[in-house]
Design a protein around this ligand. Structure first.
Ligand SMILES: Cc1cc2nc3c(=O)[nH]c(=O)nc-3n(C[C@H](O)[C@H](O)[C@H](O)COP(=O)(O)OP(=O)(O)OC[C@H]3O[C@@H](n4cnc5c(N)ncnc54)[C@H](O)[C@@H]3O)c2cc1C
Length: 380
């Protein structure tokens, strides 16, 4: 083991993209990853010939042509378009809220009829507010879209996600609830979206081609073979710079306290049918079903006859779960306490010499995939 330009901790999209760019520039990189697999949360497990998104369904979307061209230069992306369906007590509604949803909800057939109905319901909500500002998420959502959409498509789903009543959640969580007066179920407004053909592992493998990678190595707990000391205590002996994509509070040994996270747990199973729900994403928006969504993974990558050429299917039920030690940290908690703590850690990070902190764990910020790549392309 020689001397490296960069030791990269973590093989998620940030670490892998950084490694790719550095390697292309002739830098010597070593990447370590504590999990047995590379790819961070993008990693897919192949079950019954289907790429199963093990750490949550991932749909790539962006308006940034440079980012889109970059990922497509590594692996071509397919034409998957996210168009989720909501199931409320057995009735199905298209998302995001659009003319299909309004037809299913009220039988209205024209944008004028739909708009009248929404305005009527919003007026009712605003009347009961009696001139005051919405005090909680429930009042906020009612004033934006009215009672029917709120009760069937937002209320119980949000309560399952947060584990709290909408009346106890702050209004700022929902700033806007766009409604579309066109028959368009495409969830994202971005110009580009899709899934890598052959799955996300191909994207990661392409990014890390030629880069020296070691899995099962934890920066805080594993011993670096060439120094005989923990990676965290001896990395400066083997690399000029560190790219750290793990949790920022752990890097500083939780000296200011621990950051909180929200998480999701998945129950994944094989089903003996080629087509279980006819869509990749179905949201369950009522309390009588304990999970929030069911993902049928094959629909991300198989279309038309391909769905039936693969005789089985794999589905994952998603449960919003309170984060406990040992679980996967998924979403930063966007409240005053955690935002303040994260800011203090970020300040400490600026004092670290020759260390780049990047990605969702090291910045304690939720990032979609495209902004992660955009960030890396800017710094190297
Ligand atoms: C449930 C869920 C669904 C999502 N869906 C979408 C989506 O549909 N579309 C979209 O654009 N984005 C989505 N995202 C966001 C996407 O996952 C992130 O943008 C992306 O994962 C960020 O990459 P990263 O490298 O920062 O983090 P990660 O993928 O988390 O990678 C960090 C890596 O560092 C490793 N690591 C941590 N600590 C150590 C250590 N001590 N030693 C060694 N290795 C370590 C971890 O094991 C991990 O592999 C989703 C996120 C979640 C949580």
């Amino acid at each position: 083991m020689g001397k490296y330009d960069y030791l990269i901790v973590g093989s998620g999209l940030f670490g892998a993209t950084f490694a790719y760019r550095a390697f292309k520039k002739g830098k010597r990189c070593l990447l370590i990853e504590k999990r047995p697999n590379l790819g961070g949360n993008l990693y897919c497990e192949n079950i019954e010939g289907i790429n199963v998104h093990k750490y949550g369904a991932h749909i790539f979307h962006t308006n940034n042509k440079t980012v889109w061209d970059f990922v497509n230069s590594i692996v071509e992306f397919n034409r998957y378009t996210n168009s989720p369906v909501a199931n409320y007590k057995g009735c199905l509604y298209n998302l995001p809220f659009n003319m299909n949803t309004f037809y299913q909800m009220w039988g209205v057939k024209t944008p004028e009829e739909a708009s009248k109905k929404i305005e009527e319901q919003k007026r009712e909500a605003l009347r009961s507010l009696n001139g005051r500002e919405p005090q909680n998420l429930e009042e906020q959502a009612l004033s934006l879209v009215g009672k029917d959409i709120f009760e069937k498509l937002i209320k119980e789903y949000t309560e399952k996600q947060w584990g709290r009543k909408c009346t106890e959640l702050p209004a700022f969580i929902i700033k806007r609830l766009p409604v579309r007066l066109v028959f368009d179920n495409n969830y994202f407004n971005d110009s580009y979206q899709g899934i890598p053909i052959g799955g996300y592992n191909r994207l990661i493998d392409g990014l890390l081609e030629g880069v020296e990678c070691r899995t099962g190595e934890d920066f805080f707990q594993s011993v670096c073979p060439s120094t005989g000391k923990m990676w965290k205590d001896s990395w400066r002996e083997i690399a000029d710079r560190l790219v750290f994509t793990g949790p920022i509070d752990q890097y500083f040994n939780y000296s200011l306290g621990k950051l909180d996270w929200r998480t999701v747990s998945f129950e994944t199973r094989i089903v003996e049918t080629a087509n279980y729900q006819g869509n990749a994403v179905v949201n369950y928006t009522s309390h009588d079903v304990p999970y929030t969504r069911v993902i049928e993974h094959k629909h991300f990558e198989m279309f038309g006859q391909q769905v039936y050429d693969c005789p089985k299917s794999v589905i994952s039920e998603e449960y919003s779960t309170e984060y406990k030690e040992g679980m996967e940290p998924y979403y930063p908690v966007n409240d005053e306490k955690n935002n303040g703590l994260a800011e203090s850690y970020r300040k400490m990070a600026t004092q670290e010499t020759n260390v780049i902190f990047g990605g969702r764990l090291a910045e304690y910020r939720y990032y979609d995939m495209a902004p992660v790549i955009e960030h890396v392309l800017q710094i190297i």
